[in-house]
Design a protein around this ligand. Sequence first.
Ligand SMILES: [Zn+2]
Ligand SMILES: [Zn+2]
Length: 411
Amino acid sequence: MKLFLIFIYTISLNLFSHGKVNSIDEFEDIDRLITFPDTKNFVVISSDLHTHSAFSDGHVWPNLRTAEALRDGIDLLAITEHLELQPHKNDIPHIDRNRAYEIARDSAEGEELIVINGTEITRKFPPGHINAVFVKDANKLINIDRSKQPEVDEYIEGLPKDRIQEYIDEPWLNDGVLAALWPIEETLIEAKNQEAFVFWNHPAWSSEEDSSDKLLHEIHIDLFKQNLIHGIEVVNGIWFSDEAFQIALDYDLTIMGTSDVHGLIDWDYLQRPNGHRSVTLILSEDKTEKSIKDALFKGRTVVWYKNILIGKNENVQEIINASLSIKNANFKGNTNVLLVEIENISDANFQLRVNDGQLIENNPNIFSVAPHGITKIEIGNSKSTKVNLGVDVLNSYIAPNMHPSIVLSNL
Ligand SMILES: [Zn+2]
Ligand SMILES: [Zn+2]
């Protein structure tokens, strides 16, 4: 009897812990934590709002996404399965499109990670793929109308045979195409009814895949004007698009960067020096979901991508000014050369170029301030210990080919 009880006890412990994931243990290298300080005006939320699991075309269980996010110090995570594309349907035939989210959310219980519901609406380009996050019910964003089957047959017939041969008889392919025939506008009106935040995914590689000669089409402009799309991925995974960046600025869309991970973050990003996943830093009033969502709608984001900060000028300035400061400034002996220590409390490896003509001694006028490091420079011809040094921040962009400028000051 006792043995039996022990058996039951062990089993149930295992059952209860099945969905849970471990956070960082003492042996873990914590350098992978994404760290940016809060700014003068905002809390900085690191987010990855585009990830996949085995519930669509990803290769891991949703709780692995939670585990990775905890290891990376992510504050806000969305698992955004393709609604229409379920290539593992023979193995994971789950009809509920909220399921991946629920598993990830439950596995993050008690952790400082907010998991929100989201989904990827998948259409041929244009408009291409679109993410809706903070959705209330992903099931309402899919609509299969069987009367459209003849259109599906015609479409599948026209697909390049070599690329789809192994899937051609799979029911999920048929249903995926059928689901994608629901007009995008109607789908996004449902997303709007759910008060979702909606952004256009990887415009550059979508247009390339579907052999379109340009990114921006009338349908996109129309969806922006109707306020059905609020943001755009300027960065998706390891890709960055200047053209998408310009569209964001022209149409006042929220600038987004995501991992779009399907496999493992470690394999995709962390095998490079200073590797980190692509994320969106959100400048929020506080850590509540409500404030974070509000910040997304107001466009307060900066993308952190391959050691580059990308965003609208005012947002990038917030992050840079919070990260860099003058720690010390003292004259070198009896000279008029000022020794200045610049401290960086963020993960960015700042590359700064003096832009106001001040004379930098024993150094080129371009210098770096390492992540969580201090750089000493010498400013010649100084009259007092007050520093006012104008620099361009070369590892940051506020428009295609344009760096932000800040003044480093201890006034
Ligand atoms: Zn996509
Ligand atoms: Zn995706």
